[in-house]
Design a protein around this ligand. Structure first.
Ligand code: HOZ
Length: 429
């Protein structure tokens, strides 16, 4: 596998950008080696600047549920492009987007578009604080809600990958307002609310934790959080930036039949453009400026190009059977990976929810953050490089979820499992 051009680019990039990348999770810091540079992408594939082709299980970290460079998404963008990139005044596509999100996710009676997941989650907790008049926020170990100060406490994703789950630069006074809980621990949540319930503005949670690999909620756990919030007058915030429109058309809240007070979305609703949103109960959202006093704004929010890409993607995923067929594929992939690992004598378990999955190097069923971090990351790293050499790209970290798209067909799954058999054998050796 040639990597001359990627290597040259990375050498230059490291002189100019921290770690040579514009987001830490792209660097191969924990797995070792150097990242490849993308030239283009199509369907289920990434093609790098040296001409190598990879079956891609990241999908730009989530947006590409319909595959890369889907013709309908590209056409929708091309159609609006010539009319201008951003207006700074309202446009019709924003209204269609708000209608689409509120129709697909009934807990969102009103919605506000923003440009990144970080903006969405920061805005949601500001609203929770403003609406309740309380200051404390509860988050979960290993959950990642973007890089806002309040969230960089025991965080997942790149923070966990780099081994710095609490970031320097976050003022202690602010970090003290973030209370953390172990995900899936019923008693810990009850105890915290017993002690501090009257001070808690909101609980923010990834209903399926996609930033400590992929941890599913135990039966009744999300209901338990809903009940505690209701009982103590705190708001329940589902961060569905990853799970929204992916684990079901209506997201994790539809899959588990929970009604959060507020939700955050991203990735799929932008189809690859920088688009996110937060939304929820009308009485809460009406407290956002200019209808209410809680301030939040954005120059490029709702721009027509981003809305067009997102709306085209949302149209594709509403095709009958779209999620059912993705779910079937994910089972084929995960069952196949477990079988291949077993054959090679490597301990691996998977978790899955529709088009999202986790791969853990352990023989245990992983349901907690503590179990996730106890997995064999050295074995993961060997497997990562083994399968990458065979043209399959998993996230370069043992703590990131994998994503499938509708472009992952028999050929791609077949190739992945063939490559996995060989890579698992090498992993053990
Ligand atoms: N939530 C994504 C990783 N788990 C974000 C991607 C990034 O940080 O670049």
């Amino acid at each position: 596998m040639k990597n001359d051009i990627s290597h040259d680019l990375f050498t230059r990039a490291q002189q100019l950008m921290p770690g040579g990348v514009n987001s830490p999770v792209r660097a191969f810091k924990s797995v070792g080696g150097e990242p490849f540079f993308a030239a283009r992408a199509e369907g289920a594939y990434l093609i790098d600047v040296d001409g190598n082709r990879y079956v891609d299980y990241i999908g730009s970290w989530g947006p590409m549920i319909a595959g890369h460079a889907h013709p309908q998404v590209l056409d929708a963008v091309a159609k609006v492009l010539r009319d201008g990139l951003s207006f700074g005044v309202p446009n019709a596509l924003e209204v269609t987007m708000a209608e689409t999100i509120t129709r697909l996710v009934p807990s969102c009676e009103m919605v506000r578009m923003v440009n990144s997941g970080t903006e969405a989650t920061l805005s949601a907790i500001r609203l929770a604080r403003g609406a309740t008049g309380r200051n404390k926020i509860v988050k979960f170990e290993g959950c990642y809600h973007g890089h806002g100060d309040s969230f960089l406490v025991k965080a997942g994703s790149g923070m966990l990958t780099l081994g710095v789950p609490t970031s320097p630069g976050v003022p202690k006074a602010l970090a003290d307002l973030t209370l953390t809980l172990p995900y899936n621990d019923f008693e810990a949540a009850t105890n915290l609310f017993d002690e501090a319930g009257a001070e808690i503005a909101g609980v923010i949670v990834e209903p399926i934790v996609g930033n400590a690999n992929c941890i599913l909620p135990r039966d009744g756990y999300l209901e338990h959080l809903r009940a505690l919030c209701t009982q103590h007058g705190a708001l329940l915030i589902f961060d569905e930036v990853m799970t929204g429109f992916r684990v079901a058309l209506g997201g994790a809240q539809a899959r588990y039949s929970i009604t959060p007070d507020l939700s955050t979305f991203g990735k799929i609703i932008g189809g690859g453009m920088p688009v996110c949103a937060y939304g929820g109960r009308r009485d809460l959202m009406q407290q956002i400026a200019p209808s209410g006093p809680i301030y939040q704004a954005g120059t490029l929010s709702g721009n027509p190009v981003a809305m067009a890409a997102g709306l085209a993607t949302l149209a594709l995923i509403q095709a009958p059977g779209f999620h059912a067929s993705l779910e079937k594929r994910t089972h084929e992939l995960c069952d196949g990976l477990e079988a291949a690992a077993r054959e090679a004598g490597v301990a691996v378990t998977t978790t899955r929810s529709c088009a999202m999955f986790g791969l853990y190097f352990t023989d245990q069923r992983v349901e907690t953050y503590a179990q996730a971090v106890a997995c064999d990351t050295a074995a993961f790293n060997r497997f990562f490089h083994g399968i990458l050499r065979r043209g399959v790209y998993f996230a370069p970290s043992a703590f990131e979820a994998g994503f499938l798209s509708s472009a992952h067909g028999d050929i791609e799954i077949g190739h992945t499992l063939e490559a996995a058999r060989e890579a698992f054998r090498e992993t053990r050796a």
